[in-house]
Design a protein around this ligand. Structure first.
Ligand SMILES: *Cc1c(COP(=O)(O)O)cnc(C)c1O
Length: 379
């Protein structure tokens, strides 16, 4: 099946009890047994819930994986993956990781004896130098936030195979419409379904997709033991969102391209970050591993005056000033004062994150309207 057909059909069956074509919201905590242990595969909704089962199957199908596991948020999915590790284990990740992942690694799991290394992962050699006998996992996120760097998943798939490490890919920004990391050597794909997968800014949820039966078993044990599972109503919302993932992503990509090109030609814009530009430092890798370049675009204004950026953000009308991304509506954000404010200014500058950097999550509205809005706001 091609991707669009899978988005609508794969992993989902009509409800066996009624034939309902849409998966019902099984709003129940428990299931009646005929005799002790004689049940229909469902005992208690932390462990299994039919609405969640369908969503997990749909996610596995979209990522070309065997098993999906859903969690109460993207961060709960990260938490479950890290609980596969033990004190003394080491993890290597990128130095421009999603802030929440950086926080849980350094402020939570570091206290439990797991060691983290952060490096520029655009260069595989940087990473291989950090591998030692305690290294257990490499964690990639691509494209990165907010500078939209691209990391070569296949290269890390090879490296992990060579050193017998687990490779995790946070696929939140790309979605399986753009790239399927399991096909490139990843052992686990992690998602914040809150973003493009849900797609309508109405739910917070996370997921992990794997091929290995052993990893599924260990993650399902953590999912059930720790209990950060999503409710059936939220599972229903994500299932509904997935059915238009391919349509939304196609438009996000088209609009992202038009917005990026408009900004590039604007006299007040200093630089535009978008992996579709031939001059983007990782454009070749992006072209190789992604179907298209996505709907995230970041740009900085000339002059590095923070007040200019704030004025633009205040003037934007269609682009709502809000955290998060990936919904049908366009959003804008200011990393220096919002998502990345906790990073000291000096470190932000070193990472190339200027005070006038604005991050756009380009929605699926009409591109002309989005461009007019940017035009009036930049002035
Ligand atoms: C939002 C996000 C997360 C965390 O997901 P939540 O659903 O907010 O808990 C993790 N990784 C990336 C790349 C994200 O954008």
């Amino acid at each position: 099946m091609k991707f669009g057909t899978k988005a609508i059909h794969a992993g989902v069956e009509p409800d066996p009890s009624t034939g309902a074509i849409m998966t019902p919201i099984y709003q129940t905590s428990t299931y009646v047994q005929r005799s002790p242990g004689d049940h229909k595969g469902y005992e208690y909704s932390r462990t299994h819930n039919p609405t969640r089962t369908q969503l997990q199957n749909a996610l596995a199908a979209l990522e070309n994986g065997k098993h999906g596991l859903c969690f109460a948020s993207g961060m709960a999915a990260v938490d479950a993956i890290m609980k596969l590790l033990k004190p003394g284990d080491e993890v290597i990740s990128t130095n421009d990781l999603y802030g929440g992942s950086y926080r849980i690694f350094t402020k939570i799991f570091q206290n439990y004896g797991i060691k983290f290394h952060f490096t520029n992962m655009q260069d595989t050699a940087n990473v291989e130098k950090l591998v030692n006998e305690n290294t257990k996992m490499i964690w990639v996120e691509t494209p990165t936030n907010p500078l939209l760097n691209i990391i070569d998943i296949k290269a890390y798939g090879k490296l992990c195979k060579k050193h017998n490490l687990l490779l995790v890919a946070d696929n939140t920004f790309a979605t399986p419409y753009l790239q399927t990391p399991l096909d490139m050597g990843a052992d686990m794909v992690m998602h914040s379904l809150t973003k493009y997968m849900g797609g309508h800014s109405d739910v917070v949820m996370g997921a992990v997709v794997v091929n290995s039966d052993d990893l599924r078993e260990r993650l399902a044990f953590i999912q059930n033991s720790c209990g950060a599972t999503p409710g059936p109503q939220d599972c229903f919302l994500v299932l509904r969102g997935l059915k238009t993932l391919h349509l939304r992503m196609e438009r996000h990509c088209q609009n992202g391209r038009q917005v990026a090109e408009f900004l590039k030609n604007h006299p007040k814009v200093n630089k535009v970050y978008w992996p579709g530009f031939a001059e983007h430092p990782n454009h070749e890798v992006a072209q190789k591993q992604m179907r298209d370049f996505g709907g995230m675009v970041s740009f900085e204004l000339k002059g590095n005056n923070v007040d200019d950026a704030i004025r633009v953000l205040e003037n934007l009308r269609l682009f709502a000033l809000a955290e998060s991304l990936g919904g049908v509506e366009s959003l804008c954000g200011h990393p220096a004062t919002m998502t990345h404010a906790s990073i000291p200014r000096e470190d932000r500058m070193k990472a190339g994150l200027s005070d006038t950097l604005i991050r756009l999550s380009v929605g699926v509205e009409d591109a002309e309207d989005l461009i007019s809005d940017l035009e009036q706001a930049i002035g």
